[in-house]
Design a protein around this ligand. Structure first.
Ligand code: KG4
Ligand code: ZN
Length: 332
């Protein structure tokens, strides 16, 4: 097979990232400059700061992606860039750079939906899924349960009606006084806590595959206020995390059984959560399902997943015009 190599570029939030991926499944380089430390000062991402940092970081990150892959522009067959959804100022930095590079080096360019990127991170895992499969995408902005029939056919079974799973982690972390980014800090603290210490509510929403996480946020706020610090924080973190994880796992397993899917693929930043991975693994094993979860570095934002998601279109000879636009919001 002739190698087909895609340069991926990702700047939708607070990671400036570039990667080179061969044939949609082999990572030759994957470089990420995180701004998390900078935004931690404000307890969340400041959009204008993010854009300015992307301007500073992106070209060095692309340079480094080339250096680590050992390749040059002549070896690249196309460019894939995240153009939706995300912080528009941040997206514009990546998209403008991608357009300029595509024009100068005469390479085809495709815009990639960030969530499709998270989905394609599964194809970079050691045991990639085969179509059809069930996909759970859990990130800072989305919670989606999808039935993936093939590259172009996806059916949405459920999504969040309010907060995304990652947003819930971040907001509850803040209530617990944990620094940004909240999710990984809850994950760490929960390792030392008892998940059964506090009975936080689970929103089952009848038999629906939809999710709702705003109730648990209110419950955590109320609990912390009434408890006055008596319950050890690791117990609160572990119990909160358990409520989110149990909801995600139960609904996913139910959907897999009811749709007859044999493979479950999980992606997005929250898929880096150790309790979610362990619980999903146990339940999949018990139900005879195959589980795919990419390594944590491919769950959180990266450009390898964007290159992998752009690969099928680029391989077919498709491309987007240099007038490619950016969009703050776009559902799958
Ligand atoms: O996919 P991602 O990197 O960016 C978005 O597309 O939003 O996801 C970021 C989200 C944040 O809410 C972050 O707190 C959460 O993923 N996250 C985690 C963990 N690592 C990242 N949540 C729980 N446990 C983790 N280990
Ligand atoms: Zn993301």
């Amino acid at each position: 097979m002739t190698p087909f190599r895609v340069l991926g570029i990702e700047t939708s939030c607070d990671e400036s990232a570039a990667a080179v991926v061969e044939n949609g499944d082999t990572i030759l380089s994957n470089v990420i400059a995180s701004q998390a430390e900078i935004h931690a000062r404000w307890g969340g991402v400041i959009p204008e700061v993010a854009s300015r940092k992307h301007v500073e970081n992106l070209l060095p990150v692309i340079h480094s992606a080339f250096e680590r892959s050992g390749l040059n522009w002549v070896d690249i067959d196309g460019i894939a860039v995240t153009n939706r959804p995300g912080l528009v100022g941040a997206l514009l930095v990546g998209v403008s750079a991608a357009k300029a590079l595509a024009y100068v080096h005469g390479k085809p360019l495709v815009g990639v939906h960030h969530l499709v990127g998270h989905l394609y991170a599964n194809f970079l895992a050691k045991n990639p899924p085969l179509f059809p499969f069930l996909s759970l995408i859990v990130s800072g902005g989305h919670t989606e349960l999808l039935l993936m029939r093939d590259d172009n056919t996806r059916e949405r079974l459920g999504h969040t009606l309010d907060d995304a799973a990652g947003e819930c982690f971040d907001k509850c972390a803040r209530l617990m006084g944990l620094p940004y980014p909240g999710g990984p800090n809850v994950d760490r603290l929960a390792m030392e806590g008892d998940p059964l210490a506090v009975a936080f509510p689970r929103a089952w929403l009848g038999g629906s595959y939809d999710f709702s996480f705003s109730g648990i946020k209110t419950a955590v706020a109320r609990f912390l206020k009434n408890d006055g610090g008596k319950t050890p924080l690791p117990d609160v973190a572990a119990s909160f995390q358990e409520a989110v994880v149990e909801t995600l796992v139960r609904k996913t397993i139910k959907a897999a059984k009811e749709t007859g899917m044999r493979t479950v693929a999980v992606g997005g930043g929250v898929a880096a959560n150790r309790r979610l991975a362990a619980s999903m693994r146990r339940e999949c094993e018990e139900n005879g399902l195959r589980l795919v979860i990419p390594p944590p570095v491919l769950c959180t934002d990266n450009a390898a997943m964007i290159a992998a998601a752009g690969y099928p279109r680029l391989l077919k000879g498709e491309s987007d015009p240099l007038s490619l636009d950016t969009f703050a919001v776009e559902s799958l």
